[in-house]
Design a binder for this molecule. Structure first.
Ligand code: PLP
Length: 377
């Protein structure tokens, strides 16, 4: 049996996107964010290709579970950072960090004390993330002096990787006040550590929006997520010298399961939403059971240069799409239909129409949509 809907992921597009990131950040190493199943694409496959074919040596996960899955399934020489659900407070997790060579990103004082006071962690790479204004996770900037003393008391003289994270990287890096303050605070932080004799081996602050705007590229590392998978992370009004020109790495494909002609005003589907115009309606085999959420109601899809609109409600297993009547002889049951492809502009238009984040559009696809990789692995 063939899969009727699928997310077809093209490694050649991923390779070109990574090439484009490298051409912008010539000296920085990539710490590739593959959390949340590589933003819904498939963490193992994406990481495997990125490591062995693209030479990526640093990966970022959100949870210890993700990091373990990566370590246990891909045998290679690479670092794995755990960013948010670090679970260092659990004894068995602490052992996993040591035994599986995983790096916890330390964002609070309790975890920092635990690592510095625990002899087993004496030679463990110390990775600290500071809150420079995002006010989510992160060590407190006001405690730098304390933290320096704690580090020195433990016999260390260096921080392996110093990080912070932007709250508003989708906004302008030149004029947004929060961005300017965060950049300034991070620079001040590095200076404070260095002036107190603590070496900083690695540093990073830039996620996609910052990288697109050329910020933070002289740190030792950058931490791209979204742009690697194709979409821009900037809000539409934010302009840059060198706009991101990535390709969406996936095609979301489904099939036509029914075709009928209809008149304006005809009730369509659940709730009987009146059809907005005369035309041909095609039924596609994808719905919110696939993670193609109700937010897509009213959004536009393209077919060979023609524009259709999702009409009526999004169902669990299907959607109705209205196309101009002149196409009626072109649609047949069983034919494939591509919801999005490499075209970043169409993907971003869908994101605007649905008010779904580009991040969400791929993350939310459920396991009913198989991820298929090209070339296959
Ligand atoms: C997810 C994440 C990133 C990547 O963000 P994008 O906007 O997807 O590029 C970078 N750094 C941290 C700490 C993150 O959690």
């Amino acid at each position: 049996m063939r899969f009727r809907s699928r997310l077809l992921i093209h490694f050649d597009r991923l390779e070109r996107n990574v090439g484009k990131i490298k051409s912008r950040a010539k000296t920085a190493d990539i710490l590739f964010m593959v959390k949340a199943r590589a933003y819904g694409h498939g963490m193992r496959e994406i990481s495997h290709f990125s490591h062995f074919d693209l030479g990526i040596k640093n990966f970022g996960c959100a949870t210890l579970q993700e990091a373990l899955e990566l370590r246990q399934n891909i045998l290679g020489e690479f670092e794995i950072y755990v960013f948010s659900d670090v679970q260092l407070e659990l004894r068995e997790s602490a052992d996993l960090y040591l035994n599986q060579r995983l790096i916890p990103v330390i964002s609070n004082q309790q975890d920092l004390s635990f690592v510095l006071e625990n002899k087993e962690f004496k030679h463990f790479p110390l990775t600290l993330k500071f809150n420079t204004g995002m006010n989510r996770l992160g060590l407190n900037m006001d405690r730098v002096e304390d933290i320096v003393s704690m580090i020195k008391k433990s016999g260390r003289r260096s921080i392996f990787h110093l990080m912070t994270h932007f709250s508003s990287a989708s906004q302008s890096m030149n004029s947004n006040k929060r961005n300017l303050e965060q950049i300034q605070s991070f620079n001040k932080l590095k200076e404070e550590f260095r002036s107190r004799g603590i070496e900083i081996e690695r540093s990073s602050l830039s996620n996609s929006g910052a990288i697109e705007q050329g910020v933070g590229l002289s740190e030792t590392h950058i931490r791209p997520g979204l742009i690697t998978y194709g979409p821009s992370s900037l809000l539409p009004h934010v302009t840059t010298e060198r706009p991101w020109d990535g390709e969406i790495i996936s095609d979301l494909e489904t099939h036509v399961i029914h075709v009928f002609e209809t008149k304006k005003g005809t009730p369509i589907g659940y709730g009987g939403s009146p059809c907005p115009a005369d035309g041909v309606v095609i039924i596609l085999a994808i719905g919110y059971g696939d993670g193609f959420s109700t937010a897509y109601q009213g959004a536009h899809l393209n077919w060979q240069g023609h524009r259709g609109q999702i009409v009526g409600r999004v169902n669990m297993d299907m959607i109705q799409v209205l196309f101009p009547m002149e196409l009626k002889d072109h649609f047949q049951v069983g034919m494939p239909f591509t919801i999005w492809d490499h075209d970043r502009h169409h993907f971003e238009t869908l994101s605007r129409e649905t008010k779904l984040l580009s991040y969400e559009m791929t993350c939310q696809l459920t396991s009913r949509i198989p991820r298929v990789f090209s070339p296959g692995i």
